[in-house]
Write a protein that binds this ligand. Structure first.
Ligand SMILES: NC(=O)c1ccc[n+]([C@@H]2O[C@H](COP(=O)([O-])OP(=O)(O)OC[C@H]3O[C@@H](n4cnc5c(N)ncnc54)[C@H](O)[C@@H]3O)[C@@H](O)[C@H]2O)c1
Length: 392
């Protein structure tokens, strides 16, 4: 694996021609970069190149992820001739510049959430993707849990009746203590919003996806409950600091948010987001109540959908025989053999690549969806600062 060199085997300056085997670039090789590389390979791509924060880390990552080449320079990777699709898995501040560079070079882009540091920047990216005519998707992968798809199908079929209320939350604990650190803490790297942009965005996307409605106005409070943290400059997501740290850093981004909202259709809702809730690992939960029934999806128990009715309440298991076609399509092993997060990622990347091949997969989250959640995030910060309702 040579760093930054070219194979010379591919002559497409701009990737406008569909190759039989897609060449994927993985930019950023931490927690989610490895997940993207795995799913890309599962979907039939070759990992043409990888880049991380330093040339040495890029070489290590190329070895670990089985990439053909390591790149010391991310921009060289996202514009490389043998790359068809770029997966942006870096800290958030690099999403927009690298996505613009990739789109300008004719690449398709899978860009992590939050799409950009704010809604205006995110909208610029969606415009650039539309102008370039490239497929541009965002891994709001919780959409791909079969039981989340089942909830969506039942809402769309009218089984719940008119919707009355949407509520839930997304709670984690990996930033609970003053010794927990990550690049997400720094607004220059992660953005002005941390907990909400990082995980609240997932919840909002899933709520809008399942209900088919949009969040129209918010009344939010945010809090930073760990005002100072030990600096662990190389701390990875979900990993506790492994050394004594490197001084202290003041924290300005929010640890948690409480949000009341109303949707375009006039449904009321409520959402709790936290990265400092001891014992809560990745607790995304969402409940939709209608006039005849309610549904509840919990990400950490994705094999069942809770369906509540006045006369009868049940846990519906992920048995494809009894599911809607959309949910059955993403059922990859029989009920009782748990599916999870990685299966969602595989399905999302496979659908992204199918779209590159000309298909129109239902429910594929695209840049426009990243813009939607960025607008909600901006509104949450504005509402919290003003102490008032803010339209999205
Ligand atoms: N969709 C999801 O479910 C999901 C889950 C986790 C993270 N994410 C998103 O993925 C992104 C990365 O998060 P993570 O948890 O993997 O973080 P991480 O800290 O584990 O990894 C970030 C990686 O980016 C690399 N990097 C830093 N600067 C770089 C540069 N200039 N060029 C190339 N690489 C560089 C780092 O070396 C590191 O390997 C974030 O935007 C995050 O919001 C999404």
């Amino acid at each position: 694996m040579g760093e930054g060199g070219r194979t010379g085997s591919v002559t497409l300056g701009v990737a406008t021609t569909q190759r039989a085997v897609l060449g994927a670039a993985i930019v950023g090789a931490g927690f989610i970069g490895a997940v993207h590389a795995r799913s890309a390979r599962m979907a039939g791509a070759r990992i043409a190149g990888v880049s991380a924060s330093t040339p040495e880390r890029s070489r290590e990552a190329a070895e670990r992820l089985g990439a053909e080449r390591a790149y010391g320079d991310a921009e060289a990777l996202v514009t490389a001739p043998d790359v068809d699709v770029v997966h942006l898995c870096t800290p958030n501040h690099l999403h927009a510049p690298l996505a613009h560079a990739a789109l300008a070079a004719g690449k398709h882009v899978v860009c992590e959430k939050p799409l950009a540091l704010g809604a205006a920047e995110a909208a610029g990216l969606a415009d650039a993707a539309a102008s370039a005519g490239r497929v541009a998707t965002v891994p709001f992968v919780y959409r791909y849990h079969p039981m989340a798809l089942e909830a969506r199908a039942r809402v769309a079929a009218g089984e719940l009746g008119a919707l009355r209320m949407v509520h839930g939350g997304y709670l984690q604990d990996w930033l609970s203590t003053a010794d927990d650190d990550n690049w997400r803490i720094e607004p220059e790297l992660g953005g002005a919003s941390r907990a909400f942009a990082d995980i609240g965005s997932h919840w909002c996307d899933l709520a809008e996806f399942i209900t088919g409605d949009t969040i129209a106005a918010v009344c939010a409070q945010t809090a930073t409950v760990v005002p100072e943290r030990t600096r662990h400059d190389s701390a990875r997501a979900f990993e506790a600091g492994s050394n004594g740290g490197n001084g202290r850093r003041p924290v300005t981004t929010e640890d948690l948010a409480t949000v009341m909202f109303r949707t375009a259709a006039g449904v009321l809702g409520c959402l709790l987001v936290s990265q400092v809730s001891p014992g809560r690992k990745n607790h995304l939960h969402l409940e939709v109540a209608g006039e005849r029934a309610s549904v509840r999806f919990e990400q950490e128990r994705p094999e069942t959908l809770w369906i509540g009715r006045r006369e009868r309440t049940e846990a519906l298991w992920r048995d494809a025989t009894y599911l809607s076609p959309a949910a059955a399509r993403h059922t990859v092993v029989p009920v009782g053999h748990p599916q999870g997060y990685l299966d969602c990622f595989d399905a999302f990347v496979a659908d992204s690549y199918a779209a590159i091949g000309g298909a129109e997969p239902d429910g594929l989250p695209r840049f426009a969806d990243g813009v939607r959640t960025a607008r909600v995030t901006d509104a949450v910060l504005a509402s919290s600062a003003a102490g008032a309702w803010v339209d999205v």
